[in-house]
Design a protein around this ligand. Sequence first.
Ligand SMILES: NC(=O)c1ccc[n+]([C@@H]2O[C@H](COP(=O)([O-])OP(=O)(O)OC[C@H]3O[C@@H](n4cnc5c(N)ncnc54)[C@H](OP(=O)(O)O)[C@@H]3O)[C@@H](O)[C@H]2O)c1
Length: 434
Amino acid sequence: MTAPKGSKTLRLGVAGLGTVGGGLLKLIARQDELRLPGRLVVTAVSARNKSRNRGVDISKLRWVDDPVELATADDVDVVVELIGGSDGPAKLTVEAALKAGKPVITANKALIAEHGIEMAELAEKHNAHLLFEAAVAGAIPIVRAIRNSLSGVVVQRVSGILNGTCNYILSEMLRTGAAYESVLAEAQRLGYAESDPYLDVSGMDAAHKVLILASIAFGARPDFSQVQVEGVDQIEAMDISLANKFDYRIKLVAEAFRAKDGVRCRVAPVLVQKEHPLAQVNGPLNAVVVEGEPVGRLTFTGPGAGAGPTAAAVMGDLARLFEGPATPPLGKPAKELAALITAAKGTADQGSFFIGAKLADKPGVFAALTEELAEAGVSIDKLIQESAGDTGAAPVAIMTHPCPRASVEKALAKVAELKITADTPRLLRIETRA
Ligand SMILES: NC(=O)c1ccc[n+]([C@@H]2O[C@H](COP(=O)([O-])OP(=O)(O)OC[C@H]3O[C@@H](n4cnc5c(N)ncnc54)[C@H](OP(=O)(O)O)[C@@H]3O)[C@@H](O)[C@H]2O)c1
């Protein structure tokens, strides 16, 4: 099918032809099945290795070794950055394109989270689009939803499951009872986890994404140094199984919410009730819950990564380019964003907590643990102690009544001195809101 007479054609330069870049070329080849207001033509591409088989024919596309050169080429109207990384070639490519006044579409959450202000200022200065729907939650159109469709909502909280790798690992540990290491290895075999899973399992990837959402939802300057990050790599199968017995799921929850001293932004494994919307999200799926006035709670769920879903999000941004001039990338103009993102200070954390530990199979150790908790002023709501069997260590899970986190930490520090546990106990927050 040819383009309708008069429809606009955009010439794309695609930098990065890996999972997402390859997926995008395949989707562009099917554009007649889509509902774009104009035509997209890829004129130039860039990646590291020209001869690598990408499962898509690039022989008729102009190859450019240097993505920065691609960004400034005369036959490129729009730059699609799919290289990745907060610095290096991805940043240089985006900067070069924006300085040339060219629209940039990127899936790069690390770049936007760590250099968002700089990039937004550059885009605004040169009246260039900078769009990054694919950077957060893959196919879920959450960036545009918060920035545009929900601009009439006073947002109180944005929370979600923003890393499919971690969600797959936690879901599989619950389903199979297998240990973290073996489930991670399976996730890598299935392509749900990178060979270097650090960014995912450390919580960093989810932290990048939630900071981007926080910036748009609260009109806040993205400040990655203020995000509190904890990953899933310390979680034991026994924690998941005992939380399940309390009718809770353990999920890696990323959240940003209004607090007394600003906007808190944090990522950590959290116990959520089985009925909670985030507890229902399993496997590699992502979910985002937006809460605010006067709409209440909105929940979005869908595939958060992968070639097809991410390319579809990039495609949505490309379609936006036909709609009109650029608007500020982070919603409000960069200079109007407030320094709101703030980490909790000292003992500010208050709530109910879950403690998972393996206690040495000796008389008196359980009493010693509960005495230390009582001494620190922590009162126990529920507890489960299982048999040590022939392992020599008895799994124990405790849910506390509301108390300062610092009190639980103090008790656990004393427990560590007593050397009565076979491992370092896990201390997780319990989300008490249904
Ligand atoms: N994968 C996902 O599901 C997903 C989801 C959401 C967002 N994202 C984001 O999308 C971006 C791309 O991710 P990906 O998974 O597609 O990564 P990837 O598979 O590792 O692909 C990266 C691409 O960048 C190219 N590249 C690396 N260094 C380069 C350089 N110096 N000059 C030119 N090209 C260079 C690589 O070239 P070679 O192929 O020649 O090595 C490769 O084609 C990242 O920002 C990522 O965070 C990914």
